[in-house]
Design a protein around this ligand. Structure first.
Ligand code: NOJ
Ligand code: CA
Length: 600
C-alpha cells in the first residue's frame, strides 16, 4: 500500500480507535509541565528534545565514485553542508547488504554495509567525521522482516525441522491434503498488494509477508529473534551510532487466531478497491498489536545500557509509528519505569495533506497537550510519500507554501524531522513510463500508483550535469528543475527557501522561547491563518502567524485569553515582502505569508 493511501486507511481506524479508547476509559495522559531542552551544554544530555534531524536516502544524496548510486563517502563529503543547515542528526535509510528489492528494506546481513554504499571502514569514517561536526548518525532498523536471501530465511525454508523454521511465520494452507496445496490461511494482505501469504513448495506451507514476497516477516513470538536483534543493535551502538529509526514497528505481531481483517465498504455496503485492484481492508489484525510494547522496552534497555557513545547525552530510539490517534501515539513512549521510544513519529500532523487551519490547530494542540511530558517528533515528509509540493502546493505559490509548512515544523515545540531536498524545494517527479519505474510498488500499482521513485530523485546540488549528484548515470533521473532549484543557486539568495530553513533552524536553536517554550494557540476561531505563541518562563514570548490562503490576511493576535497585548513586536523572521506590524492587534500577511516576532 502506498503510504499516502496508508494514511487514508489510518483515518478510518482513527474513528474506530477513538471509540475503543473511550470505552476503555483511556486516553491521553493529563497535561503535565513539559520537560525543557535548551541548547546550553548543561542540557546536551537531552539533545534530542529540540533536535533537527535530516532523513537522507543514501542512494540519492551524493555519489562519490561515478556509479550513479549515492554512497557513504558521498554523505561524508556533504557533512559541512548539513552542519551549516544546523542538523543535529542524520537518519540513513538502510545501507546494509541487500538484494535491493525494496531498496534496502530487505536486509540480508544486519552487521555489514552493502558494497554499493561502501564498507564498514567508510561507515566508521562517516561516524567520526560527523561527530567532529556534532552530528549523530542514526541507523534504520528493520525488525519486522528480513530479506528472503538472509541466511536465517534460507535455513528456515530449507526444512520444517530446521532450527530456524520458527524464526518466521509459517502456516498450513486451508484444506491442505498430502497432494493438494491448501488455500491461503486467511484474507490478510501485503501493504504492497495482494495476499500476504506466499506458498513455499519445498516445505508445503505458507509464509507471511506484510510487505514484499521477498520480505518474510520474522516471528516475534520466538525469543531467539529478540536476542538476535538485541545483539545487532549492540553491534551498531558499539560503532558509535546515535540511535535508530525502527521501521514498520507497529507490524511486528499478528493476531494468533488468524482472524480475517475487516473489508472496508462504502455507505451502500460495496467494498472499496485499492490501487492494486484488491478489496481494501482495515488491517487491525496485523498492525498495532500490543506485543510491540515489551519488545521496544527490551530494545530501550539495550540502548540505554550503552550510554552516550562519545557524545554527551543518550542514544535515541525513533519509531515509524503511523497510528490512528494521539492516544495510541502516547502509548509508544512507554512509562517512566518502562520507557520505549523517546521519539515515536507523530504522523498525524504532517500528513493532513491539505492546508486546513482547523485540522492543523487541532493536531498541533494534541501534540502539545496529550503527550504528557514527552516530546513530539514532527515530520511532514519522507521517502514513502509524494514530496510537499504534491501534497500541499498549488503549483503557483509552492515556495511560499513550503515556508508555511517549514514554519509549523521548526517553530512548534518538539523535535523536527525533515527529508533531504525539502530545504531547497525539490519537487515530486514520478516516472512517466512504466518501463522507467524502479520501485516495485509502482510496478504493481501502475498507473494508479506510480510508486515512490518520484520522491527519491537525486539531490540537486548545482546546475551542472546531473545536478552535481554523480559523474555517471544517475540511478533515477535528475528532475528538470535542477537548473534553478539547487543548493548552489539558493545559498547566496537571502529570499531562497534554503535561507529560510537556515534562519528558522537557527531560531529553533537560539531563541529560548523556541528552544523550550510551550505552544499556545492564538486567534483560535480563524480559519485562514494559524497563529500561536511560544512561551518560556524568563524569556520573551514569541508569536507566529502563518497564512494558509492565497489572499492577503490581517490578524489580531491579542484576542482570547493567551495574554498577548496590543503593542510592538520585534520581527525575528518574515516572508519576503512581508511587513513589520505596528501592533500585534493588526498583523498583515501576504499570500501564504509568515510572520514571527518577539513580543516587546
Ligand atoms: C517502511 C519504509 O519506510 C518503506 O520504505 C518500506 O518499504 C517498508 N517500511 C517496508 O520495510
Ligand atoms: Ca556510488
Amino acid at each position: 500500500m502506498h503510504w499516502t493511501k496508508r494514511i487514508a486507511a489510518c483515518a478510518i481506524s482513527l474513528f474506530l480507535g477513538a471509540v475503543a479508547l473511550t470505552a476503555q476509559g483511556q486516553p491521553a495522559p493529563a497535561s503535565t509541565p513539559h520537560q525543557t531542552a535548551t541548547t546550553s551544554s548543561a542540557n546536551l544530555q537531552d539533545w534530542w528534545k529540540n533536535a533537527v534531524i535530516c532523513e537522507i536516502y543514501p542512494r540519492s544524496f551524493q555519489d562519490s565514485n561515478g556509479d550513479g548510486i549515492g554512497d557513504l563517502n558521498g554523505i561524508t563529503q556533504r557533512l559541512d553542508y548539513l552542519k551549516t543547515l544546523g542538523v543535529d542528526a542524520i537518519w540513513l535509510s538502510p545501507i546494509y547488504p541487500s538484494p535491493q528489492v525494496d531498496f534496502g528494506y530487505d536486509i540480508s546481513d544486519y552487521e555489514n554495509i552493502d558494497p554499493q554504499y561502501g564498507t564498514l571502514a567508510d561507515f566508521d569514517r562517516l561516524v567520526a567525521e560527523a561527530r567532529k561536526r556534532h552530528i549523530r548518525i542514526l541507523m534504520d532498523m528493520v525488525m519486522n522482516h528480513s530479506s528472503d536471501k538472509h541466511k536465517w530465511f534460507e535455513e528456515s525454508r530449507s526444512s520444517r525441522n530446521n532450527p530456524y523454521r520458527d524464526w518466521y511465520v509459517w502456516h498450513d494452507g486451508k484444506g491442505e491434503t498430502a497432494t493438494e496445496k491448501g488455500e491461503v490461511p486467511n484474507n490478510w494482505q501485503s501493504d504492497f498488494g495482494h495476499s500476504a501469504w506466499e506458498w513455499d513448495e519445498k516445505t508445503r506451507q505458507y509464509y507471511y509477508h506484510k510487505f514484499y514476497i521477498q520480505q518474510p516477516d520474522l516471528n516475534w513470538d520466538n525469543p531467539k529473534v529478540h536476542q538476535a536483534f538485541k545483539d545487532i543493535i549492540g553491534f551498531w551502538l558499539k560503532r558509535g551510532v546515535g540511535g535508530f529509526r525502527f521501521d514498520a514497528i507497529t507490524t511486528l505481531f499478528e493476531d494468533p487466531n488468524l482472524t480475517d481483517d475487516d473489508v472496508l465498504k462504502d455507505k451502500d455496503g460495496k467494498p472499496f478497491l485499492n490501487a492494486y485492484g484488491d478489496v481494501a481492508l482495515n488491517d487491525t489484525r496485523t498492525n498495532n498489536l500490543p506485543g510491540t510494547h515489551p519488545v521496544m522496552q527490551e530494545m530501550r534497555v539495550v540502548s540505554d545500557k550503552f550510554g552516550s557513545g562519545g557524545f554527551p547525552g543518550t542514544r535515541v530510539l525513533i519509531g515509524e509509528t503511523y497510528l490512528p490517534n494521539i492516544g495510541e501515539l502516547a502509548k509508544q513512549y512507554g512509562t517512566p519505569d518502562k520507557p520505549e521510544f523517546q521519539l515515536p513519529m507523530d504522523t498525524q500532523i504532517g500528513f493532513i495533506n491539505k492546508l486546513d487551519v482547523a485540522a492543523f490547530r487541532a493536531k498541533l494542540n494534541d501534540a502539545e497537550t496529550q503527550l504528557g511530558s514527552n516530546i513530539p517528533l514532527i515530520v511532514f515528509d519522507n521517502h514513502d510519500n509524494a514530496r510537499l509540493d504534491a501534497r500541499y502546493g498549488d503549483g503557483v505559490h509552492d515556495t511560499d507554501i513550503q515556508r508555511v509548512i517549514s514554519t509549523m515544523l521548526f517553530a512548534s515545540r518538539g523535535t523536527a524531522l525533515f527529508y533531504y531536498g525539502d530545504e531547497i524545494g525539490m519537487k515530486t517527479t514520478p516516472p512517466t513510463r512504466k518501463e522507467d519505474v524502479k520501485d516495485p510498488v509502482g510496478l504493481t500499482g501502475w498507473p494508479k500508483d506510480k510508486g515512490r521513485d518520484g520522491e527519491r530523485t537525486p539531490m540537486q546540488w548545482d546546475a551542472t550535469t546531473n545536478a552535481g549528484f554523480t559523474t555517471g548515470t544517475p540511478w533515477l533521473p535528475v528532475p528538470p528543475t535542477y537548473t534553478t532549484v539547487n543548493v548552489k543557486a539558493e545559498e547566496p539568495q537571502p529570499d531562497s527557501l534554503l535561507s529560510w530553513y537556515k534562519s528558522l533552524i537557527a531560531l529553533k536553536k537560539d531563541n529560548p522561547a523556541f528552544a523550550h517554550g510551550d505552544n499556545v494557540m492564538l486567534d483560535t476561531e480563524n480559519t485562514k491563518v494559524l497563529s500561536w505563541m511560544r512561551k518560556a518562563a524568563g524569556a520573551p514570548q514569541v508569536v507566529v502567524a502563518v497564512n494558509f490562503t492565497a489572499d492577503a490576511q490581517t490578524v489580531n493576535l491579542t484576542t482570547g485569553d493567551a495574554g498577548v497585548k496590543a503593542g510592538h513586536a520585534k520581527t525575528l523572521l518574515k516572508s519576503p515582502g512581508g511587513t513589520d506590524p505596528a501592533s500585534l492587534d493588526k498583523v498583515e500577511l501576504g499570500p501564504f505569508g509568515v510572520y514571527i516576532g518577539e513580543v516587546k
